[in-house]
Write a protein that binds this ligand. Sequence first.
Ligand code: MG
Length: 514
Amino acid sequence: MSSSEPWTEVIRHEAARRIVRFLRYHWALNHALALMHWDLETYMPREGVKDRSIAIEELSAEVHRIERSDELARLVEEAEKHLDEMNDYERGLVRVVARRVRIARSIPEDLVRRKARVTSEATVVWAKAKKESNFALFKPYLEQIVEIERAIAEKLGYEEHPYDALLDLYEEGLRTRDVERMFSVLVPETKRILEKIMSDEFYPQKHPLEEAWYEKAKAQKLVETILDHLEWPWSRGRFDESPHPFTIDMGVYDVRITVRYEGYDIKRVVYSTMHEYGHALYELQQDPRLDQTPLAGGASLGVHESQSRFWENIIGRSPWFTPTLKKMLDETVGLTKDVDVVDLYRYVNTVRPSLIRVDADEVTYNLHIYLRFDIEKKLIEESLSVDEVPETWNQYMEKLLGVKPRNDAEGVLQDIHWSHGSIGYFPTYTLGNVVAAMIWKTMGGPGSELITSLRLRDIREWLREKIHVWGKTYPPKELVSRVTGRELDPTALVEYLEWKYTRLPDKIEEVLSK
Ligand code: MG
């Protein structure tokens, strides 16, 4: 029994077991949906989308139906009576499923359908509006989306701010006041550090390698080399190509990442690989006994992002990784033979206030998120109208980053997220950066021997036993405080940036000559 159902080793209470058994079909549907999404983004012939989107819609409706079912609600209610008899896994399971049931049952069917209809049209209109750089086309859709999201917030309920309800959908327990507190520290401190970086000129705004072209086959070899170096388990994982890099998993035994090859600026391939590797590692290192249960998968989007950012920035962009990176680049892509390690380090750490979020460096990134958060919050509380969004956006860009979009395409229309109805999602990116820095600090900060000696296997083990192994057992805030001993702490990110960007340059030669 335990070999085919390993979860029975940790989920022992009968009331909790009934929930897992009831959700077996739900799990299988999600497994199929994940594979269908992966295929849609990678190898499906373009016209396959005609049938695929309908099949996805039908299976998703079935997933939703199960989550709304009276039977599941009854099983959860019954299990909640026995919480004091349960272990952490069982209590976590009941919490996770109760939350899903509450969300599924609070939002009425017609609102779900309306959102699906409006956002599927809005996504098409957004693409056209962006192409023509014409916000007026997208405006009526954004108005409807804001109205729908406001209605959803009302149905879900909240204590302080309607935006709380939307944030919570993406990040369990995160509140508007938490996000405001993070940015009240990060915005002024980032601007201060940024000014220093600009006047010091150690970290360049531009590097010639950004315009160097590479061959795709060589870049593929590079990705393979990086993954091999990180001891990627090829029997449980793979990498493929897609227009937007992502990670998806079909459980702990099948985790997939994708890469995009733009043809120039090879560091983009390096860091999107390391970013997705961080996401993938979280899934790969989970306790296999949680597989096939609602506890499988990361604690939240923010905690997931902390893992990707940790590998991408804190490991991958550190000077300790640069010599390894140089060797890997020299042996595969070969544009770096005449570039010394200090210069390579500067190339992968260019800092440039720019218009586009996805191109932003680790210093300026959170300023892009702050402006989106503030606009979303104001739209939801109705202190800003959709009409005013483009102008507000441009003013913020100038105030925060000193750059001003020339048109809507490089301003308010750059992200697809609002057309999907994802309002409350962006803050999880900054949360990820903050949690990654808190982990760095917990590992010892600038003097962390794990990081300065690049003990990758020990780092993986650290992350595995403290974070990955738990899946969704603990709510994200609780997990973070168990791991770091602190509440969400934006000053850890300030400390990290301050150290790396204002103090490290003075001893970079010494660090890199070791
Ligand atoms: Mg990510």
